[in-house]
Design a binder for this molecule. Structure first.
Ligand code: F0G
Length: 466
């Protein structure tokens, strides 16, 4: 990859408190070894998520001062609407305060018990909102996307044959829409090729099925199309984004990612009837259709962020930072999900700590060590997050992969800080045999990873856990 350099300079700084190793040990014990329960001030580099953690530009902050807080018809809404119309070509634009509300309103409107919603991979909140309607959230990820070590350019692609087979099997009545998540967060932030989007769209149009993007990281996906799909090498990011959206009928969007803001989202569609039905629900839960749970100033910051994210130099820097961290780790022999995704590096904790079985939570052990030794917070995506008791059989389930996600906030950390992260992981890798397994000591009935408490296993328990 051609070198990147930060295409911005720093105008405001936020000091990071100094927290000693002893203080971190005390903090993580107090938190029951659950990184969600730390105070953020106890962290040096926070890679828990790239969502809502972006640094806004001076241009966005200037927009904040131009917020018009009228209840109805704020000028910032019209700017927001025009910007989204222009970038995506989607006509009806509905603001919401974050992505999952767009999902909730959409599935409440179109899904019923027995419906099936195919996606390359549903993000957790999307899946939950589909399932809440009694519908099935089906992942139809291509085979390459399911192999964590395989190097391939578009591991986020949908399996077209699987989609055709599904339609042939169940018919179109049970499929109210098809979705593609760009980039595919649950599958490692991997991109979807334009060729794949085009083909999925052709299948959907042939069967009269609406196709929607989960567009949270649409610009990062467009960057990968430009650099990995040869016929797009000379096309601008704007042109690529326009073409991507030309194949869909709508999108849900968490603007907390590629909207470059700390809060916000939207739903956009070509279907005026659908938009009207969703707006009727919006008034119940978010607000009047020209603000949808956001302030005028938030709408303005999103409108500006959506333009800034299309800058090739910014995307080259952003994805370069993530790619470089991946290369630093791979060169040092650290197992990661490859190739590096757009927004995050996923450490393969199962291979990093082969002496720990899934039910000894290798990902959680690694994430805790990374915090204790270096003040870095990532998030376990493995058996601690997805395991727990099967509600039907009562047996302990294990996840398909044991991963630790390190999501990189946009425009927040310097390249020196990213090098520090890489070096800290290499240092941990050298001491990996000393890392012990963990057990859950207290857990709630649902979504345990947010609040469960854990403890280390004794040495012998670690060895025998299976
Ligand atoms: N879709 C995708 C692909 C996401 O990654 C997220 C959020 C959402 C939808 C929901 O959006 O948070 O604005 O309600 N992902 C965050 C993450 C939480 O850490 O990956 P939201």
């Amino acid at each position: 990859m051609e070198r990147y350099i930060e295409p911005f300079k720093v105008k405001v700084v936020e000091p990071i408190a100094e927290v000693s190793r002893d203080e971190r040990v005390a903090a993580i014990k107090r938190s029951g070894y659950n990184l969600f329960k730390l105070r953020a001030e106890e962290i040096y580099i926070d890679l828990l998520t790239d969502s809502g953690t972006s640094a806004m530009s001076d241009n966005q902050w200037a927009g904040i001062m131009l917020g018009d807080e009228s209840y109805a018809g704020s000028r910032n809404y019209f700017h927001f609407e025009e910007t989204i119309n222009d970038i995506t070509g989607l006509e009806h634009v509905i603001p919401v305060h974050q992505g999952r509300v767009a999902e909730n309103l959409l599935f409440q409107t179109i899904a019923t018990k027995g419906s099936i919603i195919p996606n390359n991979s549903h993000f957790d909140t999307t899946r939950a909102n589909v399932e809440y309607q009694g519908a099935k959230a089906l992942d139809l990820l291509c085979e390459e996307g399911r192999d964590p070590g395989l190097i391939a350019p578009f591991k986020g692609n949908m399996d077209i044959q699987a989609l055709k087979d599904l339609i042939a099997d169940v018919g179109t009545d049970r499929i109210p829409m098809v979705m593609i998540t760009v980039t595919n967060n649950s599958g490692g932030g991997q991109p979807v090729a334009m060729a794949n989007i085009r083909e999925v769209s052709a299948v959907c149009r042939e069967h009269n099925l609406p196709l929607f993007f989960d567009a949270a990281r649409f610009a990062e996906n467009a960057y990968f199309i430009k650099v990995r799909e040869p016929e797009y090498a000379d096309r601008s990011i704007e042109e690529i984004v326009k073409e991507m959206f030309s194949y869909v009928d709508g999108c849900t969007m968490s603007a907390k990612k590629d909207g470059m803001v700390n809060m916000g989202g939207f739903l956009a569609t070509r279907d005026g009837d659908l938009a009207e039905r969703i707006r009727n629900l919006l008034i119940l839960v978010e607000g009047f259709p020209t603000y949808g749970g956001l302030s005028g100033r938030d709408l303005e910051a999103i409108s500006r962020g959506l333009r800034e994210v299309l800058d090739y130099r910014y995307l080259h820097f952003r994805i370069g930072q993530v790619t470089d961290l991946g290369e630093q780790l791979t060169e040092g022999g650290v197992p990661i999900l490859r190739p590096a995704g757009g927004h995050a590096i996923y450490l393969n904790a199962g291979e990093f700590l082969p002496h720990l079985k899934p039910n000894a939570f290798p990902g959680q052990s690694l994430a805790v060590s990374l915090y204790v030794e270096a003040g870095i917070r990532g998030v376990e995506i493995g058996t601690f997050m997805f395991g727990g008791k099967d509600p039907e059989t009562g047996e302990e389930r294990t996840a398909r992969h044991e991963l630790v996600r390190l999501a990189i906030p946009r425009r927040v950390y310097t390249t020196m800080q990213m090098n520090y992260v890489g070096q800290a992981i290499l240092d941990l890798y050298a001491q990996r045999e000393a890392m012990r397994g963990m057990k859950v000591v207290k857990e709630p009935a649902f979504l345990r990873h947010f609040s469960a408490t854990l403890e280390y296993l004794e040495q012998e328990e670690t060895i025998t856990a299976s």
